[in-house]
Design a protein. Structure first.
Length: 297
């Protein structure tokens, strides 16, 4: 509101589409008011600055080309691809459960060795997490995606040459909770002509009952509505894996102490829901490397 008021003072034409407020109490989540407002802004924009031919608004069923572009790759098969992470690595020294086995939450004391920075208790360590290799293989099999090398353009944050499996292990995740189901369903229902999917895309209440309430992830929705599609769509269908932050509990002789509470909870689904990083840390053994994407301030 403050920003809006300031911009309006600077230039009153900025307020061409009126205001809309997010609603953190909305039963569909804080972003539930966004789609209708975004549609309204687009309509106002087209009226205010009409497109000049040959440009024209896309119709509801038209597809925007995929974000990622896979170029023909000349990388010889069998040669290893080393993906360079920006940042540094730290080695897990130990990973011990500190809550008793009958306690409802598994809390870990994880020690990691890193000589790079002078960490202090209270600093935040960011850690890149990965999807479990087995889960990725099962997902690729279900999607009928062969592991192959691809050259990528269209996203400077990704390595120029990578395998599909690496993309799904380190950069994108099909296992995150589907929080913004509206955008996902809108795209997937265009790729997959199933009527039930289109119905879910049209009816936020139904989407909430099927996806939001039980906490389904993307892999589960794709499993329920299977379609053989090209992996080129993975950059649009799947969210990027984001680093997780942890407060540093202690630091001595280059060894950092982290206290990590693993997220696991039950819903109406049979499979318990587990956090992505929690799954990663549950099995992080001494000697494993974790990646710290950038230096803390
Ligand atoms: C500055 C900062 C410092 C932090 N420090 C620490 C720390 O020292 N130790 C620590 O353990 N964590 C810390 N965290 C939290 C940590 O970054 C992760 O968010 C946490 O470990 C969960 O990550 P995840 O990938 O396992 O879960 P995710 O895959 O991100 O899943 C978490 C999501 O699961 C859902 N969820 C979780 N529990 C339930 C439930 N009971 N019912 C329904 N839905 C649920 C929520 O939607 C939640 O957003 C910190 C976070 C920040 C921002």
């Amino acid at each position: 509101m403050k920003l809006h008021r300031r911009l309006s003072q600077l230039d009153n034409t900025i307020n061409f589409a009126g205001n809309s407020a997010a609603d953190d109490q909305h039963y569909l989540g804080i972003e539930a008011t966004f789609p209708s407002y975004s549609q309204h802004v687009l309509e106002c924009l087209v009226t205010k600055t009409p497109l000049q031919p040959p440009d024209r608004p896309l119709s509801a069923n038209e597809m925007i080309p995929p974000t990622l572009k896979f170029l023909d790759s000349n990388v010889p098969s069998g040669s290893e691809i080393i993906v360079e992470y920006p940042g540094s690595t730290a080695c897990v020294v130990s990973n011990d459960r500190i809550t008793s086995i009958d306690h409802f939450q598994d809390v870990r004391h994880i020690k990691v060795k890193t000589d790079e920075y002078n960490w202090k208790p209270g600093d935040i360590m960011e850690i890149d997490v990965e999807n479990c290799s087995h889960d990725v293989e099962v997902f690729m099999k279900a999607m009928e995606w062969e592991d192959r090398r691809v050259e990528i353009s269209g996203d400077p944050t990704l390595p120029p040459v990578v395998t599909i499996k690496d993309l799904l292990t380190r950069f994108y995740t099909p296992f995150a909770l589907l929080k913004n189901s509206g955008a996902f369903l809108e795209l997937y229902s265009k790729l997959n002509p199933l009527e039930k999917l289109k119905e879910l895309a049209r009816e936020p209440n139904e989407a909430q009952a099927y996806i939001g309430k039980p906490g389904r992830n993307i892999a589960e929705v794709l499993h329920d509505f299977p379609l053989s599609i090209s992996p080129i769509w993975l950059g649009d269908l799947l969210p990027k894996l984001k680093p997780r932050q942890y407060s540093i509990a202690g630091h001595q002789n280059g060894v950092v102490d982290l206290c990590i509470a693993l997220v696991e909870y039950k819903t109406i689904l049979v499979e318990p829901r587990r956090g992505l990083a929690s799954r990663y840390f549950a099995s992080a053994a001494a000697g494993n490397f974790i990646v710290i994407p950038f230096v803390p301030c």
